[in-house]
Design a binder for this molecule. Structure first.
Ligand SMILES: Nc1ncnc2c1ncn2[C@@H]1O[C@H](COP(=O)(O)OP(=O)(O)O)[C@@H](O)[C@H]1O
Ligand SMILES: [Mg+2]
Length: 1009
């Protein structure tokens, strides 16, 4: 039986405050409320002590679950008193609170059934209950160890506390009763942990090392059911006991395509923001990432879907977002001193974006007090399986003796089951989950009777048939469920491995979960007003999912898609459900919505969504009237955005799109996609191809003559033509953009924030390159628009307004320019895409070199950039420029042969790829180096090089080429001792430089003797 003791806190003070009359009234009310509750749970009020109550459960009528009933009653009493408390507080201004204590113990026979129990009859039990009451906090319930033991599977208890009790010398253990499972719950009973000694030893050692500051990443690998999660639970409880915090994220098969899912759930777990609403969740985030940059926090909140609707998100490039998030997470991890265990469960299902984010996090783990445990199946070979300095533990099947130990524990020792134990162990082949499922199957089939650990077998072991795979056992068990329970299980499987009765109801499914809990197919994981359940094992969910009729499943997916919050964050998930439901049009719309939403958040996520949308569109029946348009749109998005990140070759995808667009006569999509193709070719260094597709798509754009399309799309073509030195085209299209923008800096903005400012910078470049005298105004106007521009535009203005002009001698580098570049650098680094980052660093490098003060630093920057671009296969069009400068540095260092070699290579490369902008520089550097070396052959080679340069793009206006040729001819004449020739060329060079106002060339010309 269980004794409940409740007492009013500070009853004397209350008496003094309200007077005897009112006190009696209050106590009367209290007593009646408590009695009602006690009776509701089948207990008996034994005594009313004036300011307290004693009740017993399990006597005089024997109730097998007396302890549980007493617990429920105690919690209900507190709830009930709480409402009274508010009333009294309001009226009498005193705090009316109860303490409740519980204790369970044996019943003294003979006393039962003879009316109210005498206090002495159960004196010892009552005494302990009274003492529990005395140590309970006001408004709380304390239970003794004996009660705790009886309810610990269903109750949520505080940690054991040692309390000193009057009259006993030794402290006794007591636990706070916090809550009880609502509804009936088959608590999770697990067999005792067998084997895994060395694994646990190793993990324990790594945990200790991590706690001491040598963080570690461990992969636990094995097939389903082998015991990965169990080991994680064991080590996690060890960690918790040692005061280490444990946070878990579980990857799920149905969220593999939901970007950021796993990482977001880990951040939510870590910050305790799970299930909180926006403002509260944000407060948690800010507490955890205290000291983080405000913009970074806004980005994080946005990605977690808890952003403040009133806040304005920083306008930055997706790549930069990712970098900043990773940097913030890593900095926080590095700064954190608290030992922590992070668990990533079932990484074989992780979504790609979380995978790369977490992989980055793993790289700093060795420098933190962190142990990261990652479980996955052997087929997973992704980034998390290869973290640097990580350990891998492959879980082998349990051995025979461990398996027989396990089966004996499950079955018991009765002679009738000993033979069966071998059968189970043999069939389960070292997989503990398989063994458990076989036993459950046998009990459900009534082959075994009794309870866990004490079964009797009613059939000869030889005649028992056990399905041969784990999946088959589970399927057989599911099959046996009654229809309502099976419906609930099936619907739950569609929802996911965690689900709530509420969601089931929303799907129109009665949440009949008791049978499922009893059958140990699911477990209740959250209690209280919003209960949650989880599949006991992923395989159970998988089998339940697969075993249902496709049409039923489709219907569930469809309904589920409708009950999920219809917002951008859920767009992918909704899309996936609709796709599974076969609603392809709707699925497509959601994926496209997700893609649009992600474009400025995470380009990889956007690409994934477009890829999904493409698959959905392709799966439409051929006679669907929207099919072509739907096949075109995601492909067009994929092609036009591909250049934003490095990625595998998209030319096949592009060709496919071109065919579709031709078929459909969809010129705009075609042109949009070709922008991507052009940039792609450009960044791969195939300038000739880029130039060709630029001409092709600009012809289309011009034929459509839609102003915003022209402004938005021409940038790729302009850059391509600059790079291939087709200045007439370049000037024509920059002119078109400037005219159409009509002075509005942001008009037609698609990629860069200010098409007008960028076009002005480009027209300036085109003009000085081609030899139009008004070039300077354009650069000045563009630079004047600098302050109001976004980072990408700023990096363009700097690169083309300053960088190119310094390189080609149109302007002289000065300190003012350097200051501006250095100031822009951190902004661009933080907030722009890879391309802008490369450009700004390149500009800084060449500016330093031309200024002369920090030449070495400039060369260093270019050297690093070259390594970066080559290794990332990115911005390869800029590499020849780096080569020229680096060769100059080599020549300055005296290694002339070396420099000549690499310049020859660079020139060859420029000519074959039509990457001609830098060819003047390369030829100048080659000629100067050859002249320094000075052999007859060198002079001949130099002459040939100059003549080839002079003939490059022959007939096109290209003053920079002409100037350079004059200067080099002067140098050649001088080397040959031809003074007259030298003077003639030098003077021509001087005149031209002055005439066009090219500061750099004027200075060089002036310096010629
Ligand atoms: N070493 C072990 N001793 C006893 N039971 C185990 C052991 N390993 C796993 N189990 C039990 O087997 C079942 C499946 O284990 P689980 O850890 O969920 O597998 P996995 O995560 O590898 O799929 C669980 O009920 C678990 O308690
Ligand atoms: Mg598992």
């Amino acid at each position: 039986m269980t004794v409940l003791f409740a007492d009013v806190v500070h009853s004397m003070d209350i008496a003094a405050a309200v007077g005897a009359e009112r006190l009696r009234e209050l106590m009367g009310e209290l007593f009646s409320r408590c009695s009602t509750v006690v009776q509701r749970y089948g207990g008996t009020v034994d005594k009313f002590t004036g300011d307290g109550i004693m009740a017993v459960f399990g006597a005089p009528i024997a109730l097998e679950d007396h302890a549980l009933r007493a617990c429920r009653a105690a919690l209900d009493i507190q709830k009930n008193v709480h409402s009274l408390e508010e009333e009294v507080e309001h009226r009498d201004h005193v705090a009316l609170q109860l303490r409740v204590g519980l204790n369970s113990g044996g019943v003294i026979t003979g006393e039962i059934g003879t009316g109210p129990l005498s206090y002495t009859a159960v004196g010892e039990q009552v005494g302990m209950a009274e003492r529990m009451e005395a140590v309970a906090p006001p408004g709380g319930v304390m239970v003794s160890e004996s009660t705790a033991r009886l309810v610990e599977n269903v109750a949520i208890l505080g940690d054991p506390e040692l309390v000193h009790i009057k009259g006993t010398p030794l402290p006794v253990s007591a636990r706070r009763l916090l809550a009880i499972a609502t509804g009936r719950r088959t608590d999770r009973v697990e067999p005792s942990f067998v084997g895994r000694e060395w694994e646990m030893g190793a993990l324990g050692g790594l945990l200790d090392r991590a706690v001491n500051g040598n963080g570690c990443v461990v992969g636990l690998v094995g097939p389903p059911g082998i015991g990965k999660s169990r080991i994680v639970r064991e080590i996690a409880s060890r960690a918790t006991n040692a005061g280490v915090e444990v946070y878990t994220t579980c990857c799920e098969s149905y969220t593999t395509d939901v970007p950021f899912h796993a990482a977001a759930s880990l951040v939510r777990a870590t910050t305790g923001s799970n299930g909180l609403d926006g403002a509260a969740a944000r407060a948690q985030i800010r507490a955890r990432f205290s000291g983080a940059d405000e913009e970074d926090l806004l980005i994080l909140e946005d990605l977690l879907g808890i952003g403040d609707p009133a806040a304005t998100l920083p306008q930055i490039d997706p790549d930069a977002r990712r970098r900043r998030l990773a940097a913030m997470v890593n900095a926080t991890a590095l700064a954190r001193r608290t030992p922590t265990v992070y668990v990533i469960e079932d990484a074989h299902w992780i979504d790609g974006i979380s995978e790369s984010m977490l992989a980055e996090f793993l790289s700093v783990v060795p420098r933190t007090r962190t142990l990261v445990l990652i479980t996955y199946r052997p087929e997973y070979v992704g980034a998390l399986a290869h973290a640097p300095r990580s350990q891998t533990i492959a879980l082998e099947p349990l051995d025979d003796s461990q398996m027989s130990q396990l089966s004996t524990e499950l079955l018991g020792k009765d002679r009738s089951v000993t033979g069966l134990a071998d059968l189970v162990a043999g069939r389960a082949a070292g997989n503990p989950f398989f063994a458990e499922e076989i036993v459950r199957d046998l009990t459900e089939r009534d082959v075994l009777i009794g309870g866990r650990g004490c079964y009797l077998c009613v059939e000869p072991a030889t005649e028992i048939n056990v399905p041969s795979t784990l999946q088959a056992v589970i399927a057989a068990r599911i099959d046996r469920l009654d229809p309502a329970a099976k419906r609930a299980l099936n619907a739950a499987a569609v929802i996911g491995s965690q689900f709530s009765p509420e969601t089931l109801r929303a799907l129109g499914i009665e949440p009949v979960l008791d049978d499922l809990s009893r059958a140990e197919l699911i477990d209740q994981t959250a209690f209280g007003p919003r209960p949650e359940y989880a599949f006991r094992h992923g395989l159970i969910r998988a089998v339940a999912y697969e075993s249902q009729l496709k049409s039923d499943r489709a219907q569930l997916h469809r309904r589920l898609a409708a009950v999920i919050d219809q917002n951008d964050q859920n767009a992918v998930l909704i899309g996936e459900h609709l796709e599974a439901a076969g609603d392809l049009h709707a699925a497509y719309d959601w994926q496209m919505r997700a893609g649009a939403w992600s474009t400025h958040r995470d380009i990889t996520a956007a690409q994934l969504s477009w890829e999904r949308a493409r698959q959905v569109a392709d799966a439409l029946p051929a006679d669907d009237p929207d099919r072509t348009a739907m096949r075109i749109a995601p492909r067009s998005a994929l092609c036009s955005n591909a250049w934003r990140r490095f990625h595998p070759d998209i030319s096949d995808r592009f060709e496919e799109l071109r065919a579709l667009c031709l078929d459909a006569g969809d010129k705009a999509s075609m042109a949009t996609a070709m922008v991507g193709m052009t940039l792609e070719n450009l960044l791969q260094g195939n300038v000739g191809d880029a130039s060709r597709s630029a001409s092709e798509y600009m012809a289309i754009v011009e034929s459509i003559s839609d102003p915003s399309l022209t402004i938005g799309l021409s940038f790729a073509a302009i850059v391509a033509k600059y790079q291939s030195v087709e200045l007439v085209d370049m000037l024509r299209w920059t002119q078109a953009v400037i005219d159409l923008a009509q002075g509005d800096p942001t008009k037609g903005a698609m990629v860069v924030g200010s098409p007008l400012a960028t076009a002005l910078a480009w027209r300036g470049v085109g003009r000085w390159a081609a030899g139009h005298r008004e070039w300077r105004d354009d650069l000045d106007t563009a630079i004047g628009m600098y302050d109001e521009s976004d980072p990408l535009t700023q990096s363009m203005i700097i690169t083309f307004g300053y960088g190119s002009a310094f390189v080609h001698g149109a302007l002289l580098a000065d300190d003012a320019a350097l200051h501006r570049i250095e100031a822009a650098l951190p902004i661009v680094e933080q907030s722009s895409d890879e391309l802008a980052r490369v450009l700004i660093r390149m500009t800084l490098g060449v500016t330093l070199i031309h200024l002369g003060a920090e030449r070495e630093r400039g060369f260093e920057i270019l050297r690093d950039l070259k390594i970066l671009c080559v290794s990332e296969n990115f911005a390869l069009n800029a590499v020849p420029l780096f080569d020229v400068y680096l060769a100059r540095s080599t020549a300055e260092g005296g290694q002339l042969d070396h420099a000549v070699e690499s310049l020859r290579d660079a020139i060859r490369q420029m000519l074959t790829t039509t990457n001609l902008t830098y060819v003047t520089l390369a030829v100048a550097a080659l000629v100067e180096t050859l002249l320094k070396r000075g052999s007859e052959e060198d002079l001949e080679e130099a002459e040939a090089a100059v003549e080839r340069l002079a003939a490059t793009r022959a007939g096109d206006p290209w003053v920079i080429r002409d100037l350079t040729s004059q200067r080099l001819r002067a140098l050649l004449a001088q080397a040959r001792g031809d003074q007259a020739g030298y003077h003639e060329f030098r003077d021509r060079y001087r005149t031209m430089a002055n005439e066009f106002g090219y500061e750099g060339h004027m200075a060089w010309a002036a310096a010629m003797p």
